[in-house]
Design a binder for this molecule. Structure first.
Ligand SMILES: [Zn+2]
Ligand SMILES: [Zn+2]
Ligand SMILES: [Zn+2]
Length: 55
């Protein structure tokens, strides 16, 4: 298992889908002030400012 610095959780690095969700940046449709810019899908931004489909 690998510790994720974004969500403080763990994921199986051999699981391609899990690894991608924890490492690949989401495509953020919000403004550049969006705090999840460059963050992976697991990042707990979860607020009303985020328009990312992955969040
Ligand atoms: Zn994560
Ligand atoms: Zn977001
Ligand atoms: Zn966003």
């Amino acid at each position: 298992m690998t510790n994720c610095t974004s969500c403080k959780g763990q994921y199986d690095e051999t699981d391609a889908r899990a690894a991608a969700a924890h490492t690949e940046p989401v495509h953020c449709n919000a403004r550049r002030t969006c705090r999840c810019q460059g963050k992976p899908g697991c990042y707990p931004c979860g607020d009303s400012f985020c328009l990312c489909s992955s969040h």
